[in-house]
Design a protein around this ligand. Structure first.
Ligand code: GLN
Ligand code: ZN
Length: 764
């Protein structure tokens, strides 16, 4: 029988119950028992959903009050000493508040301390807590939570498979606390704890344990590959069966390694990498189970069950009972339940599948492959085929004018009229800015009044005219404040924007928004990415009226503000019926028209934000260049319609530019503003070494902190910057947008920033 399972299920709950409970606990409105009860209910209902759908195993270990990687970190006792009252946790139980303090610096009990670092899990938008490691670190089994959850599931009568981050991927995701060191040196100390965990699970009657090792789809140094052999040889005597889970891409040069490790089963992703199925089948030892990740765990599209049935028939024949069927990766990365979308157009809805629906798809596919399909399964296949045929034929998806326009794009559309030095002269003539010009990144505080007005407008309480009048007042106030502060290039403040992607998506054809399509981003935070379903068209100008109004209030230059095409793509669910870059080019063309319209409305500078450019990098370095080529092309497609005298800005809020500096330069933005304050301007080295030719605004203060930065501090940072970049090409600005701050901090901070710029002008 073909076994059906999932690598993990979303834990947030259909109505984001987890978020609400955890936040209530943090606020002191829910006690520990209440929080634990909510966790138990969620787990019970998720297992129930898996069983009801007909899965053969339920997955335990995917639940977390904060993060599943953090769970493993506490399970193996890797608690940094600052959270453990000055001493390493030697034994005993790491309690929940310690986890919360590691994640957010504070919890209802215990002393606050600096939180652990958080970063994106592989190429997803899910953030995990980075394990903090140090040389000579010791590990010990320090939490019984996992075993309690197994007991819960068994008490409920479920057949259990446990899922855990594997030892190599856990180390791979970790980082040296003070200094980088060879993390592999910790493997020997770590493995006995994993062995102990496996032994305890076996005692509880667990047959299968899934160890997630997605590190295997990345480029691994030889020592790491060898370490996989060492580790899994050490674990082979464990009294449970091990399923080695890989996902998010193809095994590539790690394929031989992955198939030959001494484990009982291997999971591969055949959505991202369908072509690897044949080579894995050819190389898999005869005793191993192969779990085929056939249902897309990273996107919201309904599976083509008929086509999958056909495609996997051969694997079923070759593997017999050793075939398992699953989604490609944990369903953590998709929304919970499509049934909650009661406002979505029925046709559109029939194209989608969320986590709950993907359980059914998995089960149906497994049963069909066994020729034990029920009427229900045949009906599901027929419905999927009909919906997907309709989707392919939908006039709503394909707008011939978009393809025609894309086809007509030539090189001329991808370059400004003249190179930067010529443009800079035109811009400096018309903008007439001082040395060290000051500006901000775009957004100003989203005050409670602004958010209340938007809510009232959305619910229909506040009419459109009244809402827009209020937003205009906010813009006018922001302009007055910037003038009073003496800033040089102004922004309108983005009061009218809920979110930098949603705001544009809502105005573009081809985008669809769900009501409840929440996906966990980190901890209690969820995001609701829009879905790009069809060709992207801009029916009307999106930002021009606001920017024009803002410019009408001041003599100083106003900067228009757009979200760039790569970020619009990266932070959405993207259609799966054409390459990502084609969708990105469509968005780029829509934004290009906005750039032209802003310019025609007299806006002298336009910022095109690309905070997601770097995170789009593929997991394999060999694919980076191809991605960067089309990403850069899309940005240029958007920007290059601007005439010489219109100053194009871009903004990126991160600090690792070494790998992508050539691409950043190729964007050919006149000005780039970046995050630098926390790295003490050292990241400008990458720009200096590359001889980056255009203007740069290295952020002079960290907007994530409420502290008001001192003048001398910012002057000193800019002095450092000017050792690396000629002063004629330097701007003075914060690290990022200010929407999460309050005016009480923003005004003094910007006043100091403007004073710092004046001081610099006196010096140069
Ligand atoms: N213009 C946006 C803002 O200021 C940029 C945000 C971002 O880069 N994440 O909020
Ligand atoms: Zn930013």
């Amino acid at each position: 029988m073909t076994l059906a399972h999932v690598l993990g299920y979303p834990r947030i709950g259909a109505a984001r119950e987890l978020k609400h409970a955890v936040e209530a606990y943090w606020r002191g409105e829910l006690d520990r028992d209440g929080l634990e009860a909510c966790g138990r209910e969620l787990r019970a209902s998720h297992w129930q959903a898996q069983r009801q759908a007909g899965l053969d195993l339920v997955t335990v270990g995917d639940f977390a009050f904060y993060d599943q990687v953090l769970n493993v970190t506490t399970l193996v006792g890797a608690v940094p000493s600052r959270f453990a009252a000055g001493k390493e946790v030697a034994c005993g139980e790491v309690d929940l508040d310690t986890q919360f303090r590691m994640a957010r610096g504070r919890a209802p009990s215990g002393a606050s301390a600096a939180a652990c670092e958080m970063t994106k899990y592989f190429d997803t938008n899910y953030h995990y807590l980075v394990p903090e490691l140090h040389e000579g670190q010791q590990f010990n089994l320090a939490s019984s939570r996992l075993f309690d959850e197994v007991a819960e599931a068994r008490a409920a009568g479920h057949p259990v498979k446990v899922a855990l981050t594997g030892p190599l991927t856990w180390l791979w995701l970790g980082k040296g606390r003070e200094a980088e060191f060879d993390r592999l040196s910790l493997l020997e100390a770590l493995l006995p704890v994993y062995a102990e965990i496996l032994a305890r699970l076996a005692k509880q009657g667990v047959e299968w344990v899934q160890l997630d090792e997605p590190a295997l789809v990345q480029d691994l140094p030889a020592e790491w590959r060898n370490a996989f052999e060492f580790a899994y040889n050490a674990l082979r005597s464990a009294p449970v069966k091990l399923l080695l889970a890989t996902y998010f891409g193809e095994l590539g040069d790690n394929l031989q390694l992955a198939v030959s490790l001494p484990v009982d089963g291997l999971h591969i992703d055949t959505v991202r990498a369908p072509e690897q199925l044949t080579s894995v089948l050819d190389n898999l030892p005869g005793y191993k189970v192969l779990s085929v990740g056939a249902i897309d765990g990273r996107n919201v599209w309904r599976a083509d069950l008929g086509a999958l049935h056909e495609r996997l028939a051969n694997a079923r024949m070759r593997l017999g009972e050793r075939l398992w069927i699953a989604p490609s990766c944990s369903l953590l990365h998709v929304p919970v339940d499509l049934d909650a979308e009661n406002k979505l157009d029925e046709v559109l809805k029939s194209w989608f599948s969320f986590a709950r629906q993907k359980l059914d798809e998995t089960v149906t596919l497994a049963r069909l492959l066994d020729n034990r399909g029920l009427d229900e399964d045949r009906a599901r296949v027929a419905a999927a085929t009909a919906a997907l045929d309709a989707r392919r034929a939908s006039p709503w998806l394909h707008r011939p004018e978009v393809a025609q326009r894309l086809a007509s794009i030539g090189d001329a559309e991808q370059s400004r009229d003249n190179p930067y030095p010529v443009r800079a002269r035109a811009q400096h003539r018309s903008l007439d800015l001082p040395l060290f010009p000051t500006t901000t990144i775009g957004s100003f505080p989203q005050t409670s009044e602004i958010r209340a007005a938007r809510r009232a407008h959305k619910s229909g309480e506040l009419g459109r005219d009244a809402y827009e009048a209020q937003m205009r007042d906010e813009i006018a106030a922001a302009v007055r404040r910037q003038e009073a502060l003496g800033l040089d290039m102004l922004v309108h403040g983005e009061a009218e924007r809920n979110d930098m992607v949603e705001y544009f998506g809502e105005q573009l054809d081809g985008y669809v928004f769900t009501r409840n399509g929440w996906v966990q981003s980190y901890g209690s935070r969820c995001v609701k990415p829009p879905v790009i379903v069809g060709d992207v068209i801009r029916p009307a100008a999106m930002t021009v009226a606001w920017s024009r109004y803002a410019q009408s209030l001041t003599e100083r230059p106003m900067k228009g503000m757009l979200t760039g095409p790569v970020t619009m793509l990266q932070w959405s669910f993207v259609r799966d019926d054409q390459p990502r870059e084609v969708t990105c080019r469509q968005i780029a063309l829509a934004l290009r028209d906005e750039v032209a319209d802003l310019e025609a409305a007299g806006i002298p500078a336009i910022q095109i934000d690309e905070p997601a450019l770097r995170e789009g990098l593929p997991l394999r370095q060999g694919e980076w260049q191809r991605y960067l080529d089309w990403a850069v092309e899309c940005f240029r497609l958007t920007a290059s319609v601007a005439r010489d005298a219109t100053q194009v800005h871009t903004h990126m809020c991160y600090s690792e530019f070494n790998d992508i500096i050539a691409a950043i330069a190729a964007l050919d933005a006149d000005v780039i503003t970046i995050e630098t304050s926390r790295s003490n301007m050292e990241l400008l080295d990458a720009f200096q070494d590359f001889a980056y030719p255009n203007e740069i605004g290295p952020g002079v203060y960290d907007i994530h902190s409420p502290n008001v930065p001192e003048v001398a501090w910012m002057v000193q940072l800019m002095e450092k910057a000017s050792e690396r970049i000629p002063v004629e090409r330097l701007w003075v600005n914060p690290d990022c947008g200010l929407k999460t701050r309050g005016w009480a901090e923003v005004e003094p901070a910007l006043a100091n920033m403007a004073e710092a710029a004046r001081e610099l002008r006196r010096r140069y």
